[in-house]
Design a protein around this ligand. Structure first.
Ligand SMILES: [Zn+2]
Ligand SMILES: [Zn+2]
Length: 821
């Protein structure tokens, strides 16, 4: 069993040996069907890029791996799978760039990733790896589409969509950042009108939001998702025209209704034609033509100079009864709200700019206490937290939040208002006019209409297409392959046509955690018994860059599958922790800066264990850290010291029973035992809290103490177990050197004795002017200042020192405080 290794710590030899041993012994395997204490430790699966594993990937995985190993040592059956999120535009664009087909490129990348991940020492059960590009996987992605379609949650809509001219495809709202493409930060996203498949995630908006309240999630992640769902309470208000038309506007501030001095419609609003007067028609039509030519993003963001035109018509403000003008302007969009707004220039910046330009009236209707309601307004005053209503007859002096409700209720009785809850969340557009994705399983027949592909015909295999370059037509490259898309209609048998769009990559990753335990099953997407045993996921660790995309979609798919009877839980990730990001010398890593850290180089030079620990030592795992090469040698030295300690106590020593308190002799040994228990207590609490950096620091302090004292095997063995999650190969080797023949991962996490873990107390004699006045128990090593303060707080001492300034203090560490007054 005991392979001969060089005397000095040689990470390459140790790691090679244990990686082979783990595979041979199946150390990382878990018995899914028989597990008694299942712990599903999920980490976000990577996109297997051609560049290979990024240090950011490794940072995320290592932190998750430490937690999984910690739970295993705590007695859980830990399932820790990994897979590959390999469909999508990243892979396709890269394939186009290098001129290799993705079907060839992706398996190559995956193989490379696997090798790198093995080298990193992750506790992965590779028997359950999945790749989203595998027909055995996407068969079930398509199956999920069909279930949602059956339930009316997948619908086709003709809609204005975000189109990236560089990607040549539709983007979800979540993929548009400040009007630009997430992948092309220099490319403005345009508006296009296309027929698209949508998942109606908005039906779940309330549940997606409400459940967050009880989710054990990182605060930052919960906040990001809450804001993205964007619930707002307000009202639909009706502005009537003399001609009997009703213009409905949504507002979150019905309390400002008295300040609504005009109405603005989207140029496409269906009432524009009917409302426009003969005198204004030419101007209105010209403006509408101009707006139609503008892209969506400019319209949404708003032009620098406000534009708009008067329709010649008026509507009645339902609160004041006054006639106010109706304008049209490009910044009002049909896609949002009702396509009409009430303008409150006194309390909205955009309305203020518009009113100023076109000389429309501006009124103050909310004022801070003491503010003159009649003073002219030099700018909009949007937020007055303690504001009360002014210039609003019948509601004068009412706090605005209360007025919001009261005014809505008053108008509701007249049929002029409806209280509404609005969400910022939009339906999820899942159509992509690209090649590298699962075909959407739909067939169009002239006689039968839209026909879902029968489940028995799944998967709809993505055909091998040599020319898969997207073009500007908005039609998927699959539409060039007639032999593929012409199929008999499953209902009537006549010639029909397949849907040629593929689905969004985020659908692939919205259910992968359901698949892992059943990855070897071809008859079901997920086995009922295994799902019951292993899901929902016990712990999920990942990056906040997926807070609003992946996490929300996965929650939605889970909720939908639950409602359709396929699952018995609705939240897939009851516990989620966001890890931080690492930067390099203070700057974000990027290719253009040339500061990307390639993990392979460091692993080759230092070994995976040192590299893992170094990454974790950079800062609190949930905050991230700054990668500076200089620090890595300190970690290596730490492992060398432990190796040296093993030499000192005698390699090949007998395995020890680590139950109870180790025997010791003398004060020195007692101090080390206390230090050990204190270390176990700290490392346990810190690892549990993902505070890996401070756990490592505690182990370092302990090792320094061992070096100075009389180390023994019983003092080192528990350290080796605590080290196993952090430096798994190294810990295995040490464990074997102690004479164990089983994996350290099958050991038990050491327990600590809280009586020993508290700092050792020593008795101080307290004197005043040389006379004994008190005895005090204080932690060993208490510094002078703290000891004197504690002494002076003793009533028996205070009696003699009160009001006096000590002339002198005699301090003997751990023994004596003598205050001379
Ligand atoms: Zn793009
Ligand atoms: Zn048919």
């Amino acid at each position: 069993m005991h392979d001969a290794l060089p005397a000095a710590y040689d990470p390459q030899a140790v790691e090679r040996k244990w990686q082979a041993r783990w595979e041979e012994r199946g150390t990382h395997r878990v018995d899914l069907a028989g597990a008694r204490r299942p712990f599903y430790n999920l980490m976000m699966f990577p996109y297997p890029s051609a560049e290979g594993l990024h240090v950011g990937n490794l940072y995320a995985f290592t932190g998750a791996d430490i937690f999984g190993r910690f739970r295993r040592l705590g007695g859980f059956d830990v399932f820790q799978p990994l897979g590959f999120d390999a469909f999508g535009i990243h892979s396709e664009n890269y394939a186009l760039k290098v001129g290799v087909h993705p079907a060839e490129l992706i398996p190559r990348n995956i193989e490379n990733f696997r090798t790198q991940l093995r080298r990193a020492g992750l506790m992965v059960d590779w028997r359950y790896a999945v790749s989203t590009t595998d027909p055995a996987y996407y068969k079930w992605t398509q199956w999920i589409f069909l279930q949602l379609h059956k339930a009316g949650l997948a619908v086709k809509k003709r809609a204005a969509v975000n189109w990236c001219p560089a990607c040549k495809t539709v983007l979800a709202n979540e993929q548009v950042v400040g009007g630009y493409c997430e992948r092309h930060p220099d490319t403005l996203v345009e508006q296009r009108t296309l027929d698209q498949w949508f998942f109606t995630i908005t039906k779940y908006a309330a549940k997606l939001l409400d459940n967050l309240a009880t989710a054990d999630w990182s605060h930052s992640t919960r906040t990001l998702q809450t804001n993205w769902i964007g619930r707002s309470e307000g009202a639909d208000l009706v502005f009537e025209t003399p001609g009997g038309h009703r213009i409905t506007v949504f507002t979150t501030r019905p309390d400002t209704l008295f300040g609504a001095t005009y109405v603005v419609l989207a140029p496409e609003h269906p009432l524009v034609d009917a409302l426009t007067t003969a005198e204004c028609r030419a101007d209105v039509n010209a403006y509408r033509r101009k707006a139609a030519a503008m892209d969506m993003v400019t319209r949404r963001v708003g032009e620098k100079e406000k534009t708009g035109v008067f329709t010649g018509a008026y509507a009645r403000n339902p609160a004041t009864g006054e006639s106010i003008p109706i304008w049209i302007a490009s910044y009002v969009l049909m896609e949002y709200g009702t396509g009409a707004i009430m303008a409150v220039p006194g309390h909205d910046e955009r309305d203020f700019a518009f009113a100023t330009k076109f000389a429309l009236p501006i009124a103050r209707v909310i004022a801070a206490p003491g503010q003159d309601p009649a003073a002219p307004m030099a700018q909009a005053e949007p937020d007055i937290p303690d504001g009360r209503l002014v210039n609003s007859p019948g509601y004068e002096g009412m706090p605005w939040a209360e007025a919001k409700r009261v005014i809505t209720t008053a108008l509701e009785s007249k049929g002029l208002a409806t209280a509404v809850v609005n969400y910022r969340l939009h339906d999820w557009c899942i159509s992509r006019q690209r090649y590298w994705g699962p075909p959407i399983p739909i067939i169009y027949c002239n006689a039968c209409g839209t026909v879902p592909v029968p489940e028995k015909d799944l998967p709809v295999v993505l055909p091998q297409l040599e020319d898969f370059r997207p073009d500007d037509t908005g039609i998927s490259p699959l539409a060039r392959n007639e032999a593929w898309y012409r199929v008999p209609c499953p209902a009537c048998g006549k010639t029909a046509r397949r849907e040629t769009d593929v689905s969004d990559t985020f659908l692939d990753s919205a259910w992968y955690f359901l698949r892992y335990p059943s990855a070897d099953r071809n008859d079901v997407p997920f086995d009922a018994a295994l799902t019951k045993r292993w899901l929902p996921v016990t712990s999920y660790i990942g990056g906040n860059e997926h807070a609003v995309l992946h996490l929300m979609y996965a929650r939605f798919i889970t909720m939908a599958l639950k409602d359709l009877g396929h699952l018995d839980f609705e939240e897939p990730f009851p516990r989620f922790r966001a890890h931080g990001l690492i930067v390099k010398d203070g700057a974000k890593m990027s290719k253009s800066r040339g500061n990307v850290v390639i993990p392979d180089r460091y692993i080759e030079q230092w070994g995976a264990d040192t590299f893992r620990m170094y990454l974790m030592f950079l800062g609190p795992y949930q905050d991230g850290g700054d990668f500076r090469d200089a620090g890595i040698v300190g970690i290596r030295r730490f492992l060398d010291k432990i190796w040296g300690l093993l030499d000192r106590v005698g390699a090949g020593a007998q395995a020890h029973q680590r139950t109870g308190v180790p025997a010791y002799q003398g004060a020195d040994a007692e101090a080390l035992v206390r230090h050990l228990h204190r270390t176990i207590q700290r490392v346990t609490a810190d690892t549990e809290a993902l505070a890996y950096n401070t756990a490592i620091a505690a182990m370092m302090e302990y090792v320094n103490a061992l070096q100075k004292g009389e180390p023994s095997a019983v003092l080192i063995e528990p350290l080796v177990v605590m080290l196993a999650p952090y430096a798994p190969h190294f810990a295995e080797e040490c464990w074997e050197r102690f004479g164990h023949s089983t994996s350290v991962m099958d050991a038990r996490w050491p327990a600590f004795d809280s009586a020993l873990a508290v700092e050792e107390q020593v008795e101080f004699v307290v004197q005043v002017n040389g006379k004994l006045r008190a005895r005090l128990l204080l932690p060993r090593g208490t510094p002078e200042g703290a000891a004197v303060a504690a002494a002076q707080a003793e009533p028996g001492v205070a009696r003699f020192t009160e009001g006096e300034v000590p002339r002198k203090v005699i301090f003997v560490p751990d023994r004596l405080v003598n205050i001379v007054v």
